[in-house]
Write a protein that binds this ligand. Structure first.
Ligand SMILES: Cc1ncc(COP(=O)(O)O)c(C=O)c1O
Length: 317
């Protein structure tokens, strides 16, 4: 964010409601979850604008996906992406658009979404920053989630997997001409530029490449998504299944028409799964979010889905 401000000379940011970008004051201002923006977290940084995110199954603009989860593009005309252009044009001086290229809920961008936003950023002079902290380094079956959409950000942020899931290290990758940090005093951290975590990060990248873990994520993810589609046909409570690679989700609803979130059911399934030895998280209250490690095997993945299948059956759902 500071790099974008330094590079553009502008102050405002544009990001998405429901996103999470971190717990510090600046990151909370970019984030869009009420839980982390109210109470002791407030007040936020001024100039942090938000728009509704892509979320085709629960579209903020009221458009409905078809039975296969596809958005009605000829009807909606990707309204969620066009609103980014609209806000950038009305604000006029936004430094950067910050977003997860594939939302960790998960939500997968509708076709063309990022091309429209990329173009809007070019046109309005804003930088595009992709937060690939959960998705970077192979989670979605490509090294970076943004590769699926053929769109290059100006700045990309990575973390989590970079330290092999164990050591704390994050990185910012920027276009060469944006490397302006040496001209500014941004302050510093005692533990930055740590040689141990830097060595671990390089080794992590080497292991991911040498062991073909990105390809594994793509392959196991495809099989898992097929199995999840079968589960959707079997369990009335599963409203939508979606994902890319090993970023997978099942959205539980009380009614397919209204898509009312089945939060209590999601929680009951979570605890049944924990009892059976499977740990995962629920997102937005009703999405069973599965993000196994890149090393997961097909049989482990099927075992995990067997557990969820059985938990849903036990709940009569
Ligand atoms: C999309 C996204 N961005 C940023 C963060 C924050 O990363 P960190 O905890 O390393 O600050 C997270 C953490 O969950 C995340 O999911």
């Amino acid at each position: 964010m500071r790099l974008a401000r330094a590079a553009t000379g502008r102050f405002k940011t544009l990001s998405f409601w429901d996103a999470f970008h971190g717990a510090g004051t600046g990151a909370s201002a970019l984030s869009g979850e009420m839980l982390f923006r109210s109470g002791p977290a407030a007040p936020m940084v001024a100039g942090s604008e938000h728009v509704a995110p892509f979320a085709c199954y629960a579209c903020a603009y009221g458009y409905k996906t078809d039975a296969n989860g596809n958005p009605p593009l000829e009807l909606c005309n990707t309204a969620c992406a066009r609103m980014v252009d609209y806000v950038l044009s009305r604000e006029g001086d936004v430094a950067c658009v910050v977003a997860e290229p594939a939302r960790a809920v998960p939500y997968i961008p509708p076709p063309g979404f990022w091309n429209i936003v990329r173009e809007a950023c070019h046109k309005r002079g804003a930088l595009l920053i992709f937060d690939e902290i959960p998705t970077g380094l192979g989670k979605t079956g490509r090294m970076f989630a943004s590769e699926h959409d053929g769109v290059e950000p100006d700045i990309l942020v990575m973390g989590k997997a970079l330290g092999g899931g164990i050591l704390p290290i994050a990185a910012v990758i920027a276009r060469e001409d944006l490397d302006v940090a040496q001209d500014f005093a941004f302050g510093h951290y005692t533990h930055e530029k740590n040689p141990v975590t830097a060595a671990a990060a390089l080794e992590t990248i080497a292991v991911i490449e040498d062991e073909g873990l990105v390809e594994n994520a793509a392959r196991v993810g495809r099989v898992a998504l097929d199995r999840m589609a079968e589960m959707k046909a079997k369990h009335a409570s599963i409203g939508d299944v979606r994902g890319r690679g090993l970023l997978l989700g099942m959205e539980l609803v009380t009614d397919h028409e209204t898509r009312e979130p089945a939060g209590d059911l999601a929680e009951a399934v979570l605890y049944r799964a924990l009892d059976a030895g499977l740990s995962f998280k629920t997102t937005m209250g009703n999405v069973l979010t599965l993000t196994p490690p890149l090393t997961v095997t097909e049989s482990q993945m099927m075992e995990a889905l067997d557990i969820i299948d059985a938990a849903l059956s036990a709940e009569g759902a």
